[in-house]
Design a binder for this molecule. Structure first.
Ligand code: TPP
Ligand code: MG
Length: 326
């Protein structure tokens, strides 16, 4: 699908989110709007939606670790036909299955989330299970950047590298805001790419509101992705970890010796290596986003993490999104 169509689809799904939150009188507009382009690129491009609809055992798995943004996921599910469109009107209502955080009662949901910091561990388990079953399916985990303050994320990151889970992809919605303010004030994350590399991961960066950029980062073997990956991840440190791990070297000499060659090789071959079975490194994609994306009313304002628009704000946000949705 072409990038401008993906972009329009994402804006239409943002309109669905707006309707859900306004009707329910609750919801997480900020984080839902920031991750929508990523969700659309995953479900309409990167993953095989037909296999997901058929619950095929070989389907790719997606885990919304930032489960507070369930309404964004429901909007995509309804459009794909996983749940009926009319069900969106029951979002967060008493007795609904479309609760404010996703549960496995909802067709398509692979893991119940909402308590932050667990999705990556679940993804590690799924990736191990799929590999044990001889399946080549991929596991994608979407996390918020504030969520990365949870220590369990880094335990999972270590184990993903230890087990060489090269079909596991962590996507970070890097909107730089969490519930009460700037991530760098609350719990500084930078340098995030270096943290993931130090944990033995490949790292790519993308513009989380540009479908072409997101899809390039999600691509497994394309030349584009290779460029992104090379630019983002080829350092002596990453190379050293990969090479030393592969060789079983633990001594300082082994790491230092591996650093130059492996670091250089990473520049050209990282994306290819990710696609190849047994290459051994999980992939982190850091998607630069804007919280509340789509309307000046909501963009980049921490308060919109969990606010409900007034009637006037609702009209303005709707007009802004409609102008972009086409
Ligand atoms: C374990 C846990 N602690 C606290 C919360 C409350 N909480 C819900 S959302 C949120 C902020 C999340 O920020 P971020 O991960 O950056 O999400 P986004 O900006 O994408 O909405 C917090 C602290 C939670 N859901 N789970
Ligand atoms: Mg955030």
């Amino acid at each position: 699908m072409d990038a401008s169509e993906l972009k329009r689809i994402a804006h239409r799904r943002r309109l669905d989110v707006l309707e859900m939150v306004k009707a329910a009188g609750t919801g997480h507009i900020g984080g839902s709007m920031s991750c929508m382009d990523i969700l659309v690129c995953l479900y309409y491009e990167a993953m095989d939606a037909r296999k997901i609809l058929a619950r095929d055992e070989g389907r790719d798995r997606f885990i919304l670790s930032k489960g507070h943004c369930a309404e964004a996921l429901y909007a995509v599910y309804a459009d794909l036909g996983l749940i009926p469109k009319e069900a969106l009107g029951t979002y967060a209502a008493f007795g609904t299955i479309l609760a404010e955080h996703p549960s496995m009662k909802v067709s398509g949901v692979e893991a119940a989330t909402g308590a932050l910091g667990h999705g990556l561990s679940i993804g590690v388990g799924m990736a191990l299970g799929l590999r044990a079953d001889g399946r080549r399916a991929r596991v994608y985990v979407l996390m918020g950047d504030g969520e990365l303050a949870e220590g369990s994320v880094w335990e999972a990151a270590m184990s993903a590298a230890k087990y060489g889970l090269d079909r596991l992809v962590a996507i970070i919605d890097r909107n730089r805001l969490q519930i009460s303010g700037d991530t760098e004030d609350i719990m500084p994350l930078e340098s995030l790419p270096e943290k993931f590399r130090a944990f033995g991961w490949d790292v790519r960066a993308c513009d989380g509101h540009d479908p072409a950029s997101i899809c390039a980062a999600l691509a497994w073997n394309s030349a584009d992705a290779s460029g992104v990956a090379g630019a983002a991840s080829a350092t002596g440190v990453a190379g050293a970890i990969g090479a030393a791990g592969a060789a079983g070297a633990t001594g300082a000499t082994g790491v230092a010796g591996a650093s130059g060659a492996a670091g250089t090789a990473g520049v050209t071959s990282t994306a290819g290596a990710i696609g190849a079975a047994g290459a051994g490194r999980p992939l982190a994609i850091i998607a630069r986003t804007i919280k509340g994306y789509g309307s000046k009313v909501t963009e980049n304002k921490a308060g919109w993490h969990h606010l409900v628009p007034s009637d006037e704000e609702y009209r303005q946000i709707k007009a802004d999104l409609e102008a972009k949705a086409g």
